[in-house]
Design a protein around this ligand. Structure first.
Ligand code: F6R
Length: 231
């Protein structure tokens, strides 16, 4: 189980977004040049909208933050609606006024860029229906590096919900488990009844490559979940 105070249950997704925005904004105030690994997916979108609102209102300044890409499909162009780089830019980088980014295109360049950054201050993560983090699909060891891989059927099914009639690309690149677990803080956002079992497994089951998110308990982890996800 995660330590006391690191699991925060919110009544609904809107309050989850408020709590997550509070957490991220506090980190950016404490360290304006924060480096953040940024999940896309559905769960963090209300949080990003709230952060953009606060940035626009002048309540918090993200202009010195560096946004680092967590994962990407292989073989999608920038113009492709399925580009996760495009999703990160539209939902996080541009609305928050962020000017510095690290794009994930190949493992070696990514490693060098992260070293130049001095590592990650914060990883904002969603929880895959199969326990994946980024595209670290089960089984993933805690030292799994940044790499290309083939997505599992579970991830193809969950990602299909993002793209309507478009196919989900089967190849992907992900920041490694080694990168995520080395972040100085991790924020895991979890919403919805469909995440209930996997959230319990991640927080209360054994630490196992079969549930990559279970290794987050080795980090300075904050989990913000809604009641639907925690039950
Ligand atoms: C997205 C990502 C994925 C999602 C996860 C949960 O960049 O890395 O690991 O965070 O699949 O997705 P949602 O939030 O859509 O349930």
């Amino acid at each position: 189980m995660v330590g006391e105070g690191t699991l925060r249950i919110q009544p609904d997704p809107a309050q989850l977004a408020q709590a997550a925005a509070d957490f991220i904004a506090a980190q950016a105030r404490a360290k304006p040049n924060l480096s953040i690994l940024v999940a896309t997916g559905n769960t963090p979108m209300p949080t990003y909208i709230e952060l953009a609102r606060r940035a626009e209102a002048g309540a918090v300044d993200f202009t010195r933050v560096t946004a680092v890409q967590l994962d990407e499909y292989l073989g999608v162009s920038d113009a492709d609606p399925r580009s996760l780089w495009g999703w990160m830019r539209r939902s996080f980088v541009e609305p928050l006024g962020i000017t510095r980014t690290v794009r994930l295109e190949n493992p070696e360049q990514f490693k060098v860029a992260l070293a130049e950054l001095g590592g990650l201050d914060l990883a904002i993560l969603g929880l895959g229906p199969n326990g994946h983090l980024g595209f670290n699909e089960p089984p993933s060891q805690p030292d799994a590096p940044t790499r290309t891989l083939t997505l599992t059927p579970a991830s193809l099914a969950s990602n299909a919900a993002y793209w309507g009639k478009l196919d989900v690309p089967t190849g992907a690149i992900t920041a490694g488990m080694d990168v995520i677990l080395a972040a100085r803080a991790c924020l895991l956002l979890v919403s919805g009844t469909h995440k209930r079992d996997i959230l319990r497994a991640a927080l209360e089951g054994p630490e196992t490559p079969a549930v990559p998110a279970s290794f987050l308990r080795r980090t300075a982890l904050t989990v913000i979940a809604d009641e639907a996800a925690w039950g």
